[in-house]
Design a protein around this ligand. Structure first.
Ligand code: HEC
Length: 150
């Protein structure tokens, strides 16, 4: 009888451990899309600000440039630390991805400061540098549309 109860408690313990692991797996599954959603929303914001600055530059109307750049910085801060859907693979990519995020922040901070000083020529140049960083990162880390539908 005693043996049975020992056995029973072992089985119960194993079951509890198994449940706990199931829960943990579920939690990880929930977290991953949340991260992807956060990055996506931040990118949408970055994209919107970037468009607005681009249009302003074409029209040579610089009144909102600093404000737009600072707004973009808020979205950049939101994106920092969030990896692309599917993640980055290994230390090498992690390092590169983070450096690209940092480079974008540096370029946009510079553009905002230059716009504040009304040095719009310099600000335009910083924006060009920034958009090269967008392109570099997207070429390597942004999934194709069809990948996102999977
Ligand atoms: C460090 C990498 C990185 C940098 C730098 C970067 N992006 Fe992205 N961007 C991504 C990834 C990854 C995605 C795909 C994530 C998603 O939309 O779910 C993305 C998606 C986007 C999207 C698509 C959002 C949508 O609605 O589908 C836009 C727009 C965008 N980025 C604009 C920009 C602009 C503009 C810049 C530069 C000012 C920039 N990004 C810089 C990584 C980056």
């Amino acid at each position: 009888m005693r043996r049975i109860s020992v056995l029973l408690s072992v089985v119960l313990t194993l079951a509890v451990v198994a449940w706990a692991q199931e829960d943990k797996k579920k939690e990880e599954k929930i977290k991953e899309p949340e991260k992807v959603k956060t990055l996506h929303e931040a990118m949408e914001g970055i994209g919107k600000q970037s468009e607005s600055i681009g249009t302003a530059i074409r029209k040579k109307s610089y009144d909102n440039m600093e404000k737009d750049a600072r707004k973009m910085l808020k979205y950049i801060d939101k994106a920092i630390g969030f990896e692309p859907p599917g993640g980055v693979k290994g230390d090498e990519q992690t390092k590169e991805y983070r450096e690209l995020q940092k480079k974008l922040k540096v370029a946009i901070t510079k553009a905002a400061d230059e716009a504040k000083d009304k040095d719009f020529k310099a600000a335009r140049k910083s924006m060009r540098t920034a958009s090269k960083v967008c392109g570099t990162c997207h070429n390597k880390y942004r999934p194709e549309e069809e990948d996102l539908d999977k």
